[in-house]
Every structure is written in C-alpha cells, then in structure tokens.
Design a protein around this ligand. Structure first.
Ligand code: S3P
Length: 432
C-alpha cells in the first residue's frame, strides 16, 4: 500500500502521546512467562506482528495463551515444557523472535526448524550459531550457517566464556537462554553495553545473574523454578523517538510523551539530542520491575551539529536514522561512525538513507559505517520513498515527508504494522 504523506506546513506537534508497548520487553515477557511455572499475566503487551510471531511460536509449542481485557494470560509449563512440532516455526520479519527462540530451543532436546520472511532470510545468523555451537548445541543454518532456516537437533549443552564480536542484545540473550539448560556458568563479555532487558528480567525473577564492567555471569541450576509473574510493559522508547524528532524539528511544537521506558541502555538518543541543543525534560521517573520509566516533555529546539560518540551507538541502534533528520535541520556538521550494524537490520538502513536523500537532492556523505551531513538543508523535492519493507525506515520516511516542503509518497506503508500498528493515527492525533 503506497501512501501520500503531506508536508506538515504551518501545523505543529502538540498535546500528549503514549507510545506503544516496548517490543524488546514484550518478547522477553512472553518467553519467561512460557517457561515459568504457573500462570503469568502480561499487561500492555505489544501485539504488533513481530510479537505475534513470538506468541504464535509458543502456542505452536503447546503453551496456552489467552487474552482477557487488556491482559495476556500465559500458562507457563516450566523450563522443559515445550512440545515438539512437525511444522516450521515462522518468525516472520522478527530477528528477536528467531535469535532468542533459537537459544531457548537448543536446550529442549528436540528437533525444530525456524524460518523467516525474505528480509530475515538475509540477516546474519552465524553470530548466534557460533556461540551456541560452542555450548555444544546441535544447530545448523543455511549457506555455511550464514542464514536461516535454522535446524535444531537434540543437544546436551554446556556453559561458555564468550566475547561478543559485536555488541548485540539478541546474541547475548540467545546465549543466556541456552545457558538455562546447562546447569553451569556462562560468562559473556560485551565490547560495549547493549540493551539489558534480559539481564534485568532474569535478575527480577531471581536468577543467579551478575553484571559488572560489561561482563555478564550467569550460573544456572535446573533446580531453579522460574516463578510466574505479573509483567507490566512500559512504552517503547524507539517508537517515542519518531515523535521526539517531530516535536524537536517542527517550529512551535510541544509534546508530552507518557509512560516511556527510560532504561539507560536504550536512551543514547536522548544524550545525542541534548548535545545537539534539544529541549527535553524527563519527568515522573519511576522504577518498576527493574525498568526505569517516565514521561518526556519535548519542545521545538534549534539544533547544532555534533560528532556522535561511538560508545553511544549500541544504546541508540534503532534510532540512528533519526539523527540524519536532526542533522538536516541542525546548524553545522553531524557525523556518525561505527554504526555498521545498520547494514544488517530489517534492511540496509545506511543504503536506505542514502537512496532517499539522493532522491530528495539532499547532501549526505555515506560511509561504510555511518554518515556525515552538513545542515541546515531544505527538503524541496518530492519523491517516491521505498523503505524496502523495513518498518523503522517507513516511519523514518514519514517523518522526512512531514518536515519537507512538498511531502512524499511512501511505498508499502503497511510494513509499519510489524512494530507500530496505529502509527499514522497516532501521528495525526498530535498534528494540530
Ligand atoms: C533487539 C536488539 C537490537 C535491536 C532490535 C531489538 C532486542 O538488535 O536492533 O530492534 O530486542 O534484543 P541487536 O541486538 O541485534 O543489535
């Protein structure tokens, strides 16, 4: 479905916005509920396509899940209570489903096949196969283990000491889930901190897990019974970031963003925005189930270009394209490096930014691992923008069209449903 996005022209972004539930925490809550003991309740679960794939996978493995009012009720069947299935487990577009479920399923002593859509079939899987094999997992990928489908066979796992080559929450979570089945210790060293929702949740549930100096130590014991729990999912900062960007860039805007997850490993974008001169106030902070949440008051700001600190990259990995938008309107040069991971997301996001900027006659220098933009620049041209079925690129292009002078046509706008089903409705509600 192609969609014409009008320029916001003389309107502003005003009012209040509550982001959809956090995608990463939603996946993890489903997983730990399913392998927990007894009935867990999940309030405010994200029901976008990506999380539905995780829900459907557990249903396929025999876990009973039902919805009552706005709660998901999951009947956990314990660590070893997942059934076998003769059918392929379809992870759709969701890298988190595939990489986390693989870690969990190598411990089940059964045969499974996990597959995904055309985008997921192009994403790197060796990054999980390598450590899982070192744990003695019997797992095979396609094309010398580069890609899915992934075939899992019965295995007897052991703990490992593993240095992650790239900071990746999905890879470390996959190892942590596999380690549930070792009765041993695993130590994971990260080059830089990445999102730590799995560690927080495991600590909350009472696992013997410690984190110090980017090193995670997890001692597992088959005697430990994962308790059932009441999960309350906060709003997704990555989705809030689209609205933050809109409010910062559109003159006269002022937006209150409510109940958003403010986990320090997720909000590198706020640090960058602050350095660029953005006016964002953090209010009503509170800690719930180990996750910081709060509200953000964002006001239109005149921005200046900066060189982004490389340490922040994993802490803002999904928000980086939005820095290109801020850079377009900021005074001076903005530069990002060490963001080569953007090339292996749902699409090659650096190539996507380049393609769109070229179509709109905007000046940008793209590096193999980042970009350099000299602002401010006016977006005068009109273009047909192709997100290559990547939900975050489609939302990024929507913002690009809104702040442009003449709008743009967005190809395949429906792909946004993978993570944010009401995106256009929510955007329209705050444009006044
Ligand atoms: C996620 C981790 C990140 C992120 C993705 C969700 C997660 O990927 O880009 O949207 O839930 O663990 P990597 O860990 O591969 O960087």
């Amino acid at each position: 479905m192609d969609k014409y996005i009008n320029s916001i022209k003389n309107k502003k972004i005003k009012g209040e916005f509550t982001p959809p539930p956090d995608k990463s925490i939603s996946h993890r809550s489903i997983i730990f509920s399913a392998i927990g003991n007894g009935r867990s309740h999940i309030t405010n679960l994200l029901t976008a396509k990506d999380c539905k794939k995780t829900l459907d996978a557990f249903r396929q493995l025999g876990i009973k899940i039902r919805v009552e009012q706005n709660k998901y009720i999951v009947e956990g069947n314990g660590l070893n209570g997942l059934n076998k299935t003769n059918k392929i487990i379809d992870c759709g577009n969701s890298g988190t489903t595939m990489r986390l479920m693989s870690g969990l399923l190598v411990g089940q002593n059964k045969n499974y096949i996990l597959d995904g859509d055309n985008s997921l079939r192009k994403r790197p899987m060796k990054r999980i196969i390598t450590p899982l094999r070192q744990m003695n997992a019997n797992i095979k990928g396609k094309n010398k283990d580069k890609y899915c489908p992934l075939h899992i066979f019965p295995s007897q796992l052991n703990g490992i000491k593993y240095k992650l080559p790239v900071a990746s929450a999905q890879v470390k979570s996959s190892i942590l889930l596999a380690n549930l089945y070792t009765n041993q210790k695993s130590v994971i060293q990260e080059p830089k901190p990445s999102r730590d929702h799995t560690e927080i949740l495991m600590d909350h549930l009472g696992f013997n897990i410690n984190v110090k100096d980017n090193k995670i130590t997890f001692n597992s014991s088959q005697d430990f019974k994962i308790p059932n729990s009441q999960y309350v999912i906060p709003g997704d900062f990555s989705q809030a970031a689209f609205f933050i960007t809109g409010a910062l860039l559109i003159p006269g805007s002022e937006l209150l963003i409510k109940n958003v997850n403010l986990n320090p490993t997720r909000i590198g974008f706020l640090t960058v925005v602050e350095k660029m001169g953005g006016n964002i106030e953090v209010i009503n902070k509170k800690l719930q189930q180990g996750e910081l949440r709060g509200d953000l008051l964002v006001k239109y700001s005149s921005l200046k270009g900066i060189k982004v600190n490389e340490k922040l990259i994993p802490l803002m990995i999904d928000e980086i394209p939005l820095i290109a938008l801020l850079a377009l309107k900021a005074e001076g040069i903005t530069e990002i490096n060490s963001a080569e991971e953007l090339r292996v997301k749902e699409s090659d996001r650096l190539a996507g930014i380049k393609e769109a900027f070229n179509k709109l006659n905007l000046d940008i220098k793209i590096y193999p691992d980042g970009f350099r933009i000299h602002g401010p620049q006016k977006i005068k041209s009109k273009a047909f923008l192709d997100p290559h079925l990547d939900h975050r690129m489609a939302m990024f292009f929507t913002l690009l069209a809104l702040i442009s002078e003449n709008g743009a046509v967005l190809k395949d706008a429906q792909c946004i449903d993978n993570s944010f089903p009401n995106f256009f409705k929510k955007i329209n509600e705050v444009i006044n």
